[in-house]
Design a protein around this ligand. Sequence first.
Ligand code: FES
Length: 110
Amino acid sequence: MCSSRVEPTFVLQAFNNGIDGVLIIGCHMGDCHYMKGFEYTQVRMDHLKNLIKYLGIEADRFELHSISASEGKQFSELIIDFTKTIIEFGESKIPKKPGIIELEYNCKKK
Ligand code: FES
């Protein structure tokens, strides 16, 4: 419901399970239904990004952005750009665990 619901351990667990990239999207600053949710998320995820770097995972495999529901074009561009970034990095060095779903994307074929 809110980006602040995403606990840093969720992100670490995703990487530990072999996910190649994690993108968290929240509301614009000041638009959070829960008032300061995105601000809290930003502080927590900034710390998490440092931890991710420390763990040897490329920091750009993890991003936090804010977009409103009316910004479909920006949302689409963000997803495409993030997907391209992850494809350029290649697969995560952390082995994938069985059952992890891999999403195919058109730019992967280019
Ligand atoms: S409702 Fe909190 S970030 Fe969107």
